[in-house]
Write a protein that binds this ligand. Sequence first.
Ligand SMILES: *[C@@H]1O[C@H](CO)[C@@H](O)[C@H](O)[C@H]1NC(C)=O
Ligand SMILES: *[C@@H]1O[C@H](CO)[C@@H](O)[C@H](O)[C@H]1NC(C)=O
Ligand SMILES: *[C@@H]1O[C@H](CO)[C@@H](O)[C@H](O)[C@H]1NC(C)=O
Length: 497
Amino acid sequence: MPWMQTLAFVLICACRTIRAVSEEACHVDGDTCHEVEQLAVTMLQAHIVARESSSRAQPDYHWASGRGNFPDYAVSQNVAPFNLSRSLAWSWHHPEGRFATLTYGTAIDEDGNIYLSAADGMRKFDTNGVLQWAYISLPAEVMNAPALYKGRVYGSSTTGHVFCLDMQTGQEVWKTRVSEAIGQDNGFNMVHNGVALAACDWRLPSSYGPANQKLKALNASTGEEMWTFEPDTPVWNFLPLFVEGGSFMFQDMTGKVYNLWLDTGHLVWKAGGREGTWTDGGIALGPNGLVYAVNKNHPVPMAPANPYSPEPMVLVSEYSPGTLSAYNTSDGHLMWKVTTPRPPNNAPAVGKVLNLPGTSVVMPLCQQVHIGAFCDVQVHDAETGGLRWTFHGPAQTGLYQAADAEGFATRLAHGVRGMCLPNGWSAPTIDAAGTVFVGNEEGKFFALRDLDGDGVVSGQDEVAFYDTHAAFAGSSSPAVAPGMVAVASCDSLFVFK
Ligand SMILES: *[C@@H]1O[C@H](CO)[C@@H](O)[C@H](O)[C@H]1NC(C)=O
Ligand SMILES: *[C@@H]1O[C@H](CO)[C@@H](O)[C@H](O)[C@H]1NC(C)=O
Ligand SMILES: *[C@@H]1O[C@H](CO)[C@@H](O)[C@H](O)[C@H]1NC(C)=O
């Protein structure tokens, strides 16, 4: 009875919702809903121009959030080792065994210390793998990737708490309960300009079972609530990305993109999405003033498997198509869209990929938890959507993803959810050499590059990997520091140097 336990979490959040821009105030123009706020658009344009012309300031941390650094998320200015099979420096799993917790997201500070979120809490390791502190959150589970901001590390937990810890000591600075529950999906806690964002209010309805209905902004110094926003449909694997000029963007589970002012939560514009569908994908930002979003093209026929009971997930076709769309960051205008041959079930990465001119969109494609289904990575031209190269990845060999069913009983015995049930791929990262790093549900952590420029990534010179023997959560996003890449599988942290 998967719904029994799920329903136990369905409690109504009493949080106050401020919807500054009502449906009626929006004039709907095809797929796009433009708010008539010319000032907003003008300011954003000015900042996009400024962003293109100014050189990047040195970031405070090597990899400040699960998704890297503002404003060039998912790309690093540093080079990580390509040959993963010979560069593992160290790895960590829970001392009571691989399945005693689930590991999710990574961030790296200026000294190469690594912050790891896990179902049982948050940990800090020094660059050589020595545990510095552990913040144990149980029975609350920490599902999202952490964010580093001004000496503090931010996270949220399934009991509806957003928390802030001292990076040095792991001591709690503040903890605010923002709703009865926060979903068990793997999203990202993100902080910028003194504001910490979190998704919350996990409940029905959605097109995919209970989901986070709202997002909240908290004062990053005090934990005080600033505003609440309720998107048209809930979010999944919430990934908000900030842009210069004072706004941020995210997509809901249907692929609809929202651009909100960070200080007020007021809507600038929203666009796209496919009603009734679900993806656990997210957005990416390009240095070209475009935002990229993903959706599935068909509704999911039934609710997801329950992570507390190993029931088979519905078998959606591995070829169930989706859409990768590019919108103008300023006004939400659709620039192009392409149909993907497999579901786009994670956020893309946008950056300079080896041997390709201009900017590229790296798009992982896979129908997860589907025996026999293959997973691909496609690279598209960021300006036109044209296909540039494809990596044909592994197929799922078991009924479940690598090491997922095996750990079920052990995980429950340790008070964490029984299964990881993640996306088919981790989120991808591009390093300064243009190599793509991404983890696959069959366990391999890949480094990919099209060295000969033939449009297919294959062979020893183009595909390096390390087999972690476990799948990767959606909030697992390879974190790059100089000469180093850290990634969490669903049960261990791996650091390559
Ligand atoms: C957070 O709270 C502090 C103390 O009240 C205040 O000075 C600061 O301006 C607030 N930050 C934001 C982003 O509102
Ligand atoms: C985005 O929209 C703004 C305002 O409408 C426009 O000035 C700008 O040229 C557009 N950017 C692109 C890349 O088309
Ligand atoms: C990667 O390292 C392994 C082991 O040292 C070696 O056999 C292989 O040739 C290397 N691959 C590349 C592309 O350098």
